[in-house]
Design a protein around this ligand. Sequence first.
Ligand code: MSP
Length: 518
Amino acid sequence: MPVESVEMKPFYVTTPIYYVNSTPHIGHAYTTIAADIVVRHQRQRGRDTFFLTGVDEHASKVARVAAEQGLTPQAYADGIAGVWRELPVRLDASNDFFIRTSDDGHKRFVQEFLTRIKDNGRDDIYQDVYAGLYCVGCEAFKNEDELVDGKCPEHGVAPEWIEERNWFFRLSAYQDALLRLYEERPDFVLPRFRANEARSFVEGGLQDFSISRAGQPWGIPIPWDPDQVAYVWADALVNYMSALTYAREGEDLRDRYWPEVRHLLAKDILRFHCVYWPAMLLAAGYDVPQQLFVHGYLLRDEKKISKSLGNVVDPLDLIDVYGADALRFWCARVVTFGQDGIASVESIHERYERELGNDLGNLLSRTTAMIARYRDGRLAAERPPGPSPVADAMTGLADDVAERLDAYDITGGLERIWELVRALNRHVEASAPWGLAKDPGRAAELDAVLYDLADGLRAVAVALAAYVPTTSARILEALGQPSSIGWGEVAYGRVQEATGIEPASPLFPRIEAPTPTP
Ligand code: MSP
């Protein structure tokens, strides 16, 4: 769809809220970075955006670990929440709010939300006894057939037997409504193969699930039965709506952003998001989200990276070495967004050197050095007439990238921009400006080449702003260009006159190669 015809409705993006008691790893950074790229891009297009991330605090493990450390669960959660709040900051993510499920505003809203379901006149919340195997890692009951050698395949631990009287949500009553939703809105869950997964799960028959836990000190009390607390998922999912009610004092942002919400998440929590959550919203009488995008896992040694499996890649270490932009670039590029893929520290190093350092960094160094040397640092806003391979390479770029990003294809959008980077590098080689500079009779040709290189790099910088915001700003600055990054600037021939251009210092200085991981 061409960019002009995209409806300019508000655009609200969420990541899952991360368990406060785990340690941030590359998988968490991955969703946050992807969401940030998507939302920054929409902002460049002039869209009214809101980006939410945060932490999920009421997992039963929090209370256990807090007790082991002699702390109240709240004190323990307060102590570790800061690491998570810092994560998006370090990733250069532009979230508008950071939710904690222990926020009063969230707790109050969850109570209201569950009460709305209870009072919907359809008996959708009822009491029953539940007995079953519970995996604390997943915070979910498991059937025997979901276990491998008696253990949860995600966490490698045997689930515990739990038996208690709980409040149940009548999920089974929403089977038809969910199937109708998937049918009527084929883009509700993307990619399509994930929508099929959700549909087959629902077609297989839905079991009611318990939305409360008895005898737990930590959680949001069930308003009509305060001896029980809300099941962590019945509490956590509601964050996507609750945040809008108190993120801005005195405003209910739901008027602006609900249901224009896009949830980004990995496949591990597809059922909760694509099945349970829309059913809960329907039961509470709210509109379901606009869209859910379910991406794959970053794998290491063919296993999902996670703390419990002990193969964590710490995103903060990678940022210390390579910088946030390089990590963002690599996350978008290393694996086609949506698929599973292998993440290794060697591959970030390789892309840092080859693509960021050589393709992009050297291009800027060469271009600015040539403008400094051959034109005394002056960049003209007029180009001598004549055909331009750079103008050709830029044809359709803005629409192509926008179309890919509208479809969450952050990998494809970046590849499309990189086609231009490669075309610019080819242009340097083919036109050999250093040869033109030796021949005063070819001054106009040299002017045209320098104009095209500067203009191409300028457009690359604007197009890349959602992916690598700091690098983008540095390129514009080195070329003496304004910092405005409106999407309309991704077009040929918009470079502005500049003087005083100096050879730019390397965008991505050389870094020693990492020692290979065992
Ligand atoms: N607290 C719940 C989510 C509640 S949302 C209402 C939870 N938290 S989590 O800390 O386990 O984070 C899960 C999410 O982290 C995944 O859906 C995904 O976004 C991200 N990832 C965790 N590991 C990942 C990989 N190895 N690869 C890609 N993303 C991964 O579940």
